[in-house]
Design a protein around this ligand. Sequence first.
Ligand code: AHR
Length: 526
Amino acid sequence: MAITLRALAFAVLSVAMMAPVVTPQQVRLSIDVSKTGATIDRHLFGQFAEHLGHGIYEGIWVGPDSTIPNTRGIRNDVVAALKELKVPDVRWPGGCFADEYHWRNGIGPHRAVTLNSNWGGVIEPNTFGTHEFMDFLDQIGSEAYVSVNVGSGSAHEAADWLEYMTASQPTTLAKERAANGHPEPYKVAYLGIGNETWDCGGNMTPEYYLDLLKVYSRFVHNFNPAQQKQDPMLRIAVGPGGAETRWTDWTETIMKAYQHHTWSWDLNGLSLHAYTVGHWPPAFTSVGFGENEYAQFLKSTLDMNDLITRHSAIMDKYDPEKKVALVVDEWGSWYAPYPGSNPGFLVQQNSLRDAILAAMNLNIFARHADRVRMANIAQMINVLQAMIMTDKEKMVLTPTYYVYKMYVPFQDSTFVPISFDAGTYTHGDTSLPRVDAIAAKDKAGKLWLAIINIDPNRTVEIEASLTGFTPKSAKGSTLTAPNVDSVNTLDAPNTVIPKPIPSKIKTGELAITLEPKSLTVLSVEQ
Ligand code: AHR
C-alpha cells in the first residue's frame, strides 16, 4: 500500500511538473451606467476597399458574365456576408491608388485599360468604377467615402467628378450620368481630399498641402439636393501617419489654419493612418507564430492609443469644440507578404491574434469617441487585415469579420464609463494589460460589454458591479480558438467563430469566466 501511495504521489507530481496549474485571475469591473459619455459613432466600424491585389477584382467584382453568382457583376456571397456587418461607409478607390485614379476611365461603355503602378504594376481594367462602387454600396447598405486625386489630378477633375455624381439639374455631366444608367444623383457622404500626401500622395510639405486643401475644399462641391441642409458631405483632410515630429507638425499646420478658416473653405475631419507593423518593412508573419510574436505584436498595437492622444491634444488646442473629427481611415495589422503571394498584393492570413488586435483597437476608438468619430480598417477583402478572403467561387470569413459582427450593437451606442484593474500579462520582456473592456448603452436601453482576455494562458473570472442599472439577465458570445495563430480556411472555416458563453447574475452583480485569448461581447438587460 505504501508503495502504491508513493507511486501515486510521484505520478501526481510528474503531471503537475509537466502542466503547471495556472490559476484563474480575478478582475472586478465597476460600470457606472448612470453616467454616459460620447456616442460611439457607427462610422468607427467603416471599411476601406482599394484597387489593390484582389481587393476589388475577384473580391467584390467578378463581372456579370461570371459563373460565380453575382448581381450586376458584384458577388452575392460577399454582399450577403457584408450586410451582416452593417458596414456604415466604404472608403474608395484608395489609398495610394486614389492619387493616380482618373474617374473618367471608370465610367461609360468603353473603359480605359490602365496600369496600377502602386500595386504590382498589374492591368487595371477600370470595369469597377463609380457606378459599380455605388451599386455595391446599395447592395450592402452602406455610404460612400470617396477619396479624390490630389497628387496627380486637379481640383477641376475632382469638381467634375462630384458634379457627375451629385448634380440633379440637367448639366452636361448629370446627363452623362443618366445616360450611363443613373438619373438620380448619388449620395457622397464623405470626401477625402488626397491620401498620404506626405508620401505616396505626392511627398508634399504640410504648407503646400494646406494650400491645395483650401482649393479643393472651395471648388469641389456636392450638388445633391438631399445633402444641402441636412446630411452635408463631410470633408476629410490628409492628417498624420505617426507620432514623430514631422507628423505633429503636420497636424499643427492644418489645425492652426482651421482655427482661422474663413467661409471659403472648411474641414470636418483629419485623417490618421496607423498600421500595426511591429517594425518597417513588415517582417512579422501572419501564420505559424507563437506566443512571443503574439505578445509583441499586440503590445505594439497599443501605440494607437498614444497616437490618438497625442494628435487629439493638438486638435484640442485649435478646435476645443471638437468640430473636426480625427478619422483613423487606415489601420490594422500589416505582416510580411503571405508565402508565394505577389508582394504587391498585400496578402496575409488572419488569425485569432488579428481578432484580439481588432477588438483592442475598437475599444481604443470607443474610449476616444468624442474626437474619433470615424475609422476604416484596411482592407475589406483579400488585402491586409481583411474581413473576407475569396478563392474563385469560395470565400471564408476571417476572425476579424466575426469581431465586427460581434460589435454591431455598439454602432451609435452611448459610451458608459467602466473602471477596473486590468492586471498584467507578461511574456518574456513583453508586458501588456491582461484585460481590456468597454461598456455602452444602446438606444433600447440595453447595456453592452466587450471584454478581452489578452492572456493566452489564464482564464479570467470577471465580477461586474453596476451602478444605476439592476441587471436581470445577460447573454453573449465569445471568440477564441485553440492557438494564438489559429485561422479559418476554406477547408476549416469554423476554427475561429463566436460561441455562446454562460454568465450569471448574482446579488445584482454579473459573473462571467473569460477563456484565455478571447473576446467576449455580452448584452445585459434590466
Ligand atoms: O492600405 C495599403 C496602403 O497603405 C494604402 O494604399 C496607403 O494609403 C497606405 O500606405
